[in-house]
Design a protein around this ligand. Sequence first.
Ligand SMILES: O=C(O)CCC(=O)C(=O)O
Length: 277
Amino acid sequence: MRIVLDTGKIESFHRDGFVVVEDALDASTVAAARSRFGHLFAGCFETGIQPDEWNWRPESGARDVTRQICNAWKSDSIIAAIVTRVDIGCACAELRGWHGARLNQDNVIWKPPGARSLGFHQDDSYQDWIVPGEMMTFWITLDDTRADQGTIEYVAGSHRWPLSPPIDQFHAPDDPTTDMRAAAGRAGEARPEIVPIEVTAGSAVIHHGRTWHGSRDNRGKTPRRSVVAHCMSSAAHFHPVNVSPVYSRYRRYGTNDMDESFFPVLWRQDGYRTPWL
Ligand SMILES: O=C(O)CCC(=O)C(=O)O
């Protein structure tokens, strides 16, 4: 399947800071991706390589934690084939006005029944280690989503608010909207409009790096699983001073350039794409 952004979708992205794309993944890819979750979180990696971040393991993980892996693409070819898609890069770049898009990182998110919230935040708040410090996100659900099931939620129009610092508590805050409401106050927005995304498995949402978003507890009876491609500009380079404890490990001595082995270019206006993809 190939994503097509018509004028209506482009307008709604610029108005709301997010846009739903139906049928981004076909049913067989959804099933294949779901089948990888158990292996990945159990530490059975097809490529033999560990992901960059991994917050939950079957033997030691709390039952009520939303499980998250970052950069599963390095460990698993099915996740890699999804998050490195050319049309994901193209859509993210065109909507943010970049000449191209590079993969910043992926996320694999597994929120079983009873799992807690993820605090509302802006993705760009975590990008001070790159220049430009901007992100675009392509969030794909592998399950039908419902508001009571901890689906992703967006604050419409919040991509126009100023950039806030990272939030106080990302995993399992009692009220996931606390930092967002403070930011709304600073932005002069008395009644922020929160939109829970209720869509079918295989649907995606593209969001701007400044759009406030998060997810609540899963109060349903079935899991909510997502695969997420976080993109940055193809022209992005490492910040000369600021450091990401995890991702600045991929900076080579003496240069701020990003190595395509770790941050591949998914799409560029001039037709370039990282050759090994
Ligand atoms: O899926 C979620 O609950 C949140 C994901 C998220 O924060 C993101 O994709 O940027």
